[in-house]
Design a protein around this ligand. Sequence first.
Ligand code: FAD
Length: 488
Amino acid sequence: KLTAAIIGSGVAGLASAIRLSAKGFDVHVFEKNSYPGGKLSEIQVGNYRFDAGPSLFTMPQYLEDTFTAAGLRLADYFLYVKHPTACHYFWDDGTFLPASGNLNEFAAKVEEILQVPKNRVIEYLENARFTYEKTGRIFLEKSLHKLGTWLTTETLKAIAHLPRYQITTTLHRVNEKWLEHPKLVQLFDRFATYNGSDPYQTPGIMHIIPHFEHNVGTFFPIGGMHAITQALYKAATDLGVKFHFNTQVDKIRWEGNVAKGVVTDGDFQPFDLIVSNMDVVPTYKYLLPDAPQPEKILSYPRSSSALIFYWGVKHQFSELDMHNIFFSNDYKAEFEHIFRKKTIYHDPTVYINITSRWNAGDAPEGCDNWFVMVNVPGNTGQNWDELLQQTRENVLSKLSKRLGTAIEPLIEAEATLDPRSIESKTFSYQGSLYGAGSNDMFSAFARHPNFSRKIRNLYFCGGSVHPGGGIPLCLLSARIVSDLIETP
Ligand code: FAD
């Protein structure tokens, strides 16, 4: 049997392991942590369980597809339900917009609360669907770095609609033109944060992102987001994949432009092929220091990172749902602070995710598990202890005012995560959530390929390479890697 080494057990590493094992490889996964999942893991704080990173599950078909490719049934490993509500939106002036997961109900609510005709929202999302259907299969599901991707009638047809994709303007401008009302523009600008970018800079084609949430829906895994990791890990184990936890890969060895194996704890282990699920920047810097470096790609600015407060709250607020957003009063200033000043705005947009009402056991009776997240810049040496303290005060004050109750006395369990700890836990360069940022066309679409151009039998998957970050795209990166590798 040919052997494959996978460096890292993030969602893309696990999905690659499943696909390569199903292809007939003897697969070994090396993971420096004692647990699988990378960013998609969980933590327990007192009597409260929290998903550590991702909280929004979209496009479950890519997970289905991972299992089907290996001849497995997703339902034997993992169950999920469609969540009826997309998000509850709050503004400081008292405006409250509960966004239904049903498109017509959402559009009707927008008309009722913001007086924007409901057809405006429906047409915007129809356009998002059009762009996704024309471009998604080509630009997300295939390697952009193979000529075959470009020489198809499907690609030529997609290119024929180029002006509709709004690549020469920014997402914010597209939203201003279509949606007019500043609050509705802010609501749709927020989708830029789904790949860690700035709506005032990221290309207008990012208007496809809300297609996932509003046309397809948001889903909730039974057991919480961490159940995705558990399902992938169990499937891989059932297929015979061998996991080596607490084992860091220190080098990828290559000779004569061919990858030969990995070095762990000073020992060389030969493999026929290697897939790195480690962030591409440290992969080159630490594991391949002598290899030719793709300098331009490695120097792209990173996506945003996050500051997270995991709060066990001994109260349930009826106005809160699973996903909740408390908007900043000055969105432009907030993004200028994140991407230009590299610090945190004093009035940040606050996201609260609660799973305890849908996943019994995540919090004690009558209490909720609040995952409170603020978008922040990557770690470039800021004074995070000070920023964390200031932001905690600002967030508590904003939420207490808007919810009409002092929040701090309700917190009975607490933990935090910041760009430094994201970086040390997962080796993501600067603690960025989605690899390179997508603030211009190059960094958005010219990501590192899923294979090495210089070293044969070396492949890359995960959020820092093509097609990008987030669970659905990470799963696609594993599919592309598997498609690039011939069945032995
Ligand atoms: P990672 O999760 O980055 O894992 C890489 C793994 O490799 C780690 O386990 C690491 O320990 C291991 N590793 C690295 N180097 C080595 C080495 N040399 N040797 C051995 N092991 C190594 N996405 C969504 O879809 N929805 C969301 O709501 C969402 N919210 C997010 C919120 C937060 C706070 C964060 C942090 C991320 C969020 N994301 C979200 C993004 C999503 O989590 C990531 O895109 C995805 O999980 C990344 O998976 P990955 O396969 O790239 O690997």
